[in-house]
Design a protein around this ligand. Structure first.
Ligand SMILES: Nc1nc2c(ncn2[C@@H]2O[C@H](COP(=O)(O)OP(=O)(O)O)[C@@H](O)[C@H]2O)c(=O)[nH]1
Ligand SMILES: [Mg+2]
Length: 252
């Protein structure tokens, strides 16, 4: 098993207030890894990673990295500006190198707006056309579904949401982040299983592109230079010790 199979890197994307930070906390078994807020205001303009050691039903461990993002796709805010978009994209690249296993498009029961359908275009624009194969629509506020309504019935009430789910290969998941303990754990385990299944359908691999490969090459080059410097420094120190030893000693 390669180390990449022991890792799962997930990015949360969606409008502010849709439940990104809450879903991130649920996945990380934490209440405070990310700051969730009632106000619907975007708190930070930076991405943030969180980590959790996940054990699956077979006892296999993997490091789950979740990257929370600011409201990438908020309308009418400065965040949609090209420069900010680029900055957030570069943070996502840095935090998920060498690639992303899953983009979770977070939407919310009762809050879905038709413009959110454009999220897939943003993802294509930033990450490339194939990134869509790594997307799952996660609908938070499952507790707010109407009495007797299931998730698919809810999805079918909005043609735009149905289109979004279809664009994501019908991969969708409902979650209530207000749950806690075992019921919440069952939910997050199900979500991780869906991600695992998607990874298997994507030839067991994560999404990567030229930008990731450039960052990875840069990292490898920096690592090589650091090791080379350490080697040089060690050699210089050893030479200095030898130089300090009286010559007569070295003869014997
Ligand atoms: N009822 C309910 N509220 C939720 C759920 N998920 C998130 N929230 C609430 O929705 C609000 C916005 O959530 P937050 O995670 O900050 O959204 P973000 O802006 O996308 O990061 C907070 O008050 C959360 O407590 C959910 O599944 N059910
Ligand atoms: Mg948030």
């Amino acid at each position: 098993m390669t180390s990449s199979q022991n890792e799962m890197r997930v990015v949360l994307i969606g409008r502010t207030g849709n439940g990104k930070s809450s879903t991130g906390n649920s996945l990380l078994h934490s209440r405070s890894a990310f700051h969730a807020t009632q106000s619907g205001q975007s708190i930070t303009k930076d991405c943030k990673p969180g980590r959790y050691q996940h054990t699956d039903t077979y006892g296999q461990q993997k490091t789950l990295t979740v990257v929370d993002t600011p409201g990438f796709f908020d309308t009418n805010t400065a965040i949609t500006n090209e420069a900010v978009e680029k900055k957030i994209a570069s943070q996502i690249f840095e935090m998920t190198t060498p690639g992303v296993h899953a983009f979770l498009i977070i939407t919310r029961v009762g809050r879905f707006t038709p413009e959110e359908k454009n999220t897939v275009d943003f993802i294509r624009h930033i990450f490339g056309p194939d990134a869509i194969k790594y997307c799952i629509v996660v609908i938070t506020g499952e507790d707010q579904l109407e009495e007797g309504q299931n998730l698919d019935e809810f999805i079918n009430t909005s043609p735009a949401l149905r289109d979004l789910v279809q664009a994501c290969g019908n991969r969708r998941f409902g979650i209530n982040n207000k749950l806690s303990g075992q019921p919440l754990e069952r939910k997050t385990n199900q979500l991780i299983e869906i991600i695992d299944r998607m990874i298997r359908n994507n030839n067991g691999s994560y999404y990567t592109n030229d930008e990731y490969q450039r960052i990875e090459r840069k990292r490898q080059e920096e690592k090589r230079k650091k090791e080379e410097n350490e080697r040089r420094q060690k050699k210089a120190e050893e030479d200095a010790v030898v130089a300090r030893v009286p010559k007569s000693f070295l003869l014997y």
